[in-house]
Structures are given as C-alpha cells and as structure tokens.
Design a protein around this ligand. Structure first.
Ligand SMILES: [Zn+2]
Ligand SMILES: [Zn+2]
Length: 413
C-alpha cells in the first residue's frame, strides 16, 4: 500500500477526488448559484421571489442555502420582522411578492395578535417555478459551523435533510472543518445521494487559512469568489486573498501531503434583494451536467466538469495531459478584451515562510483564445481569465469580470 493510500481516508476517493479536466465544449453548460439566503434564515426576501429573480435572468439552477435549515415544514414570520430586514427604501417585500404572484399568493396568518406570513417551502416554490430542463431548484444548506468562535461555513448541496452544524469553540477551525466534512460524508453514505460540500469564504473573519484548507484532506471544494463584500476576497497586507489561498493550499496538498488540489466555485452569498449591497448576480458556476437535476449537477462537479465565473463565459476548455497543454476559448464580446493568466507552482518552490514560487503567473495570453504548454516541473496549472469590462455590480473596488478554470496537470505524488 502506498503512502497516499495510508494517508487518504477512503471516502475521499469516492466523494471528492476530481478528475483532471479533458476537452469540454462548455456552450451548453448549466448556469447556477449554490449560495443564496432567504427569509428562512437571514435573507430579506421570500424564497419564491429570489428563485424568480434568478430564473428571469437565465440561471438554470439555484441552491437556496439558508443557515442550518432547509425550506421545509412550517415557518411563520411576523410582518414587522420581515419589514425590518429591508434596509433600502422602496417597495416592501410583501407588496412586491403580491405584484408578482397575485394578491392571494402569500399565506397571511395572525398569531399572538401579530400579523404574519407562512413562508413558502422549497416544494411550493418548485411547483410554482420549476421548468424541466431549464430551471431547477436545488436543495442546499449553509452548514454554519463554529470553531474557536470563528465561522466555518460549508455549503452542502443536493441533500434531503438538515445536517446539524458542529459548534465547538474549544476546537480550532481546522478541526471543526474536518469534523463537519466527516459528518457530511456520513450523511452521504447513509442517504446514498451524490453530495457536494464547498467551504465558504475562508477569509470571512479570517477564520480558515490556506494551511487549514491544505491539511484537511476531506475538503476538495472552496469558494474562489463569493459576492458578499465583507469576506476579504483580496486579503490584506499580511494575509493572502482567495486566489493566493488557492495556490498555497494546492501546492501543499499536491507536493507535501499527496492530496488532490481544491476546485473553485464562485457564488453570490446574496442576502438582500431590494437595492442593498449584498445582492445577487455576482458569481456563479457553469456546470457540464448530463441533465438538470441535483444528482446530475453534483456528479458533474465531483468529476471537475465546471468552471467559476463572475462575468466571463467560455466556449471550450481543452486539456491534453500528454502534450501538457491547457487551452481556453472565450465567448467573444463586442468591445471587450480578455487576458488569461496561467498560474501554477513548479517543483523546487520555496516552502519556507516567504513562499516564493507558489502560484506564479507562468504566462499571460491576451485574446479570445489562450493556450499554454506547461513544463514537466509544474505541480499543477490553472487559469484565471480577466475581462477588460468592469463588473456591473462589484463586491470590491476595481472588480473586473473574471472566470476561473480548475487546476489540471497535477498528479498526487
Ligand atoms: Zn457564510
Ligand atoms: Zn452565506
């Protein structure tokens, strides 16, 4: 038995081992957001209004990932609490929902002398809004764990019951991350469903480091981009941003621990829908699934057949492991230019504190197509494509539209 087999928990091989990308025609891929909040937790709109927002804008699937809850059973909210959630001036959520779905749509009920509304369940939203092959309402939970009083939030998608969060402030975030992922995997085995778990916003409250993500073998997916403006996407003077976290974690995983690299998702983490800041439409994934349902979407993502985007769309991704070439073909847009950075780490990088050579830009190619041949010394190569067009609804200053291609060319050592 090799060292790798001894180190890796067996389930990792079945749950999260992504395959190296091959040739993908990405034109018919499904667009979706796996991270969204509604009134069922700390969002400020009705779930049906949020699903409808995405559906109207051409998304194919949305995971309503409320904190530690699925939209099932009964949840009643008083009108005053619903109104208080809405910070922006404008029409209130109730009148907007009635304008969209009709006067009789909302289930009004007075309890304890307070007027309120019984929120729609996921099943009810599905009945109103699902369109086979076009729009799928994906069950999701933001499992909101806590370690040392830091948030270790993991989105679990395609599940059929709530997975209880791990709250242990006597433990480190790394330990809580590992325990949460093990609990998710136990649920996966027991349910028999394909399940995907992605670690959210590592830099939110500086909770989860690149080294944490590297060392927890069970984790293989994380948010390379999250549209919430408070998640420290760019890092700070002393702490790496999400792009650098990806490279540090991948380098340690591949070169030092014999784990496969992390795959990156982009999400909205939207909470507010009335013109406030934490709004939808900022980041998404494009998934090459055979069919538009939860099992197929998760199966495709587990196989690495997806990319992350905040505005750039691709026609094709090609990887030839024998020739060691990675190519991308970008959808042309009038008046817009693209720059593709091929990023990776070469063997012989400096593993000491200054991390020289980790996540180097190995080549930058301008144009609608970009091809790069990586050397035999590369531990992995990935690509980040940046548009000349500003993001229409930025979550940080100076944000341009981007896309992120998953790491290829890696071999577990
Ligand atoms: Zn979160
Ligand atoms: Zn969230």
């Amino acid at each position: 038995m090799s060292l790798r087999m001894k180190i890796l928990p067996l389930f990792l091989l079945s749950l999260t081992l992504p395959l190296a990308a091959q040739d993908y025609d990405t034109r018919a891929w499904f667009k979706g957001n796996t991270h969204t909040h509604s009134l069922w937790s700390d969002g400020n709109d009705f779930p049906e209004m949020i699903f409808d927002w995405y559906r109207e804008r051409g998304y194919n699937f949305v995971g309503m990932s409320d904190h530690n809850v699925l939209q099932e059973g009964e949840k009643w909210m008083d009108l005053e609490s619903i109104r208080k959630r809405q910070k922006a001036v404008g029409r209130d959520a109730v009148s907007k929902a009635e304008a969209r779905f009709g006067k009789d749509w909302l289930e009004r009920e007075t309890r304890g002398g307070k007027e309120g509304i019984v929120l729609k369940t996921l099943a009810e939203c599905r009945e109103a809004l699902a369109k086979p092959g076009e729009f799928y309402l994906l069950p999701a939970e933001e499992m909101s764990n806590s370690g040392s009083k830091k948030p270790v939030h993991i989105n679990v998608i395609n599940l059929d019951r709530v997975i209880e969060p791990v709250n242990d402030d006597a433990s480190t975030p790394r330990d809580v991350l590992r325990r949460s992922l093990i609990a998710i995997d136990e649920y996966r085995k027991q349910s028999g469903r394909p399940i995907l778990a992605h670690l959210n916003h590592p830099n939110f409250q500086w909770a989860v480091t690149a080294e944490d993500l590297a060392n927890v073998a069970e984790g293989a997916y994380f948010e390379i981009y999250n549209g919430h403006p408070g998640i420290n996407h760019l890092g700070d003077a002393t702490r790496p941003g999400d792009e650098a976290i990806w490279d540090i974690a991948n380098t340690i995983r591949i070169a030092e621990l014999g784990y496969p690299p992390l795959m990156g998702v982009a999400t909205d983490d939207s909470h507010t829908y009335h013109g406030e800041d934490v709004s939808p439409g900022r980041g998404w994934v494009m998934v090459g699934a055979e069919k538009l349902d939860g099992d197929s979407l998760v199966t495709a993502m587990l196989a690495g057949r997806f990319y992350a985007s905040s505005g750039v769309t691709l026609e094709a991704i090609r990887h030839d492991p024998d020739k060691r070439t990675l190519s991308v073909e970008i959808t042309a847009t009038e008046g817009v230019t693209f720059s593709t950075a091929f990023i990776g780490t070469l063997k012989g990088y400096d593993a000491a504190a200054d991390k020289t050579g980790i996540g180097e830009v190995l080549a930058t190619v301008k144009g609608n197509t970009a091809t790069f041949t990586y050397s035999k010394e590369a531990l992995y190569v990935r690509a980040t494509i940046t548009s000349s067009r500003k993001h229409p609804n930025p979550s940080f200053e100076g944000q341009m539209e981007q896309a992120w291609i998953q790491p290829v060319g890696w071999k577990v050592q």
